[in-house]
Design a protein around this ligand. Structure first.
Ligand code: ZN
Length: 177
């Protein structure tokens, strides 16, 4: 297992559309293990494969947030589809590991039903509401290259862009030292 680098906006790779998962072998399990370690290291609630540079339609979600006990393993959602999103909405602050330090209010469906495959390729469905429903909608957006910054108005978008560019410049300067 290894902690991977999480791509940050405006890395163009984050805009790619991910491709279906077709191989449920050791390579997928290894990617899931790396992503789990990376997510835990960053205190994230979810992580899409594209965020570590792998354009695969797959994300993981913190097992505790997904309703399991505190030390539950991360849940794997390969080829996820939101087969239902409630008309009833929720608005709440949303963050993303590709936009560290940024939290913006985003409107999402209050409830959703997701269909996906687990790490072995077994299909399952899961219903979610509130925070978990928000997380599923956020992660599925990643697989289409849709990002947190697309969910806000033009003024806020400029502020986020400026902040992220500044941080990228700072990080580059630190690397030069
Ligand atoms: Zn995200």
């Amino acid at each position: 297992m290894a902690i991977r680098t999480i791509l940050r906006f405006p890395d163009p790779k984050l805009r790619e559309s991910s491709l279906p998962v077709t191989d449920y072998g050791g390579a997928l399990a290894a990617l899931v293990a790396d992503m789990t370690e990376t997510m835990l290291d960053s205190d994230g609630a979810g992580l899409a494969a594209i965020q570590v540079g792998e354009p695969l339609r797959m994300f993981i979600s913190d097992g505790h947030i997904a309703g399991g006990p505190e030390d539950s393993p991360a849940l794997v959602f390969a080829n996820p589809e939101l087969i239902e999103i409630s008309e009833e909405a929720q608005t709440g602050d949303e963050g993303c590991l590709s936009f560290p330090g940024i939290f913006v209010p985003v409107k999402r469906g209050m409830r959703t039903k997701i269909r996906a495959q687990d790490v072995n390729g077994t299909s399952f469905e899961m219903e979610a509401s509130e925070l978990l429903a928000r997380a599923f909608q956020h992660e599925v957006d990643h697989l289409k290259g849709r990002l947190l910054i697309d969910m806000v108005g033009p003024v806020k978008r400029e502020i986020i862009k400026r902040k992220m560019r500044k941080e990228a410049a700072l990080a580059a300067a630190e690397d030069d030292e």
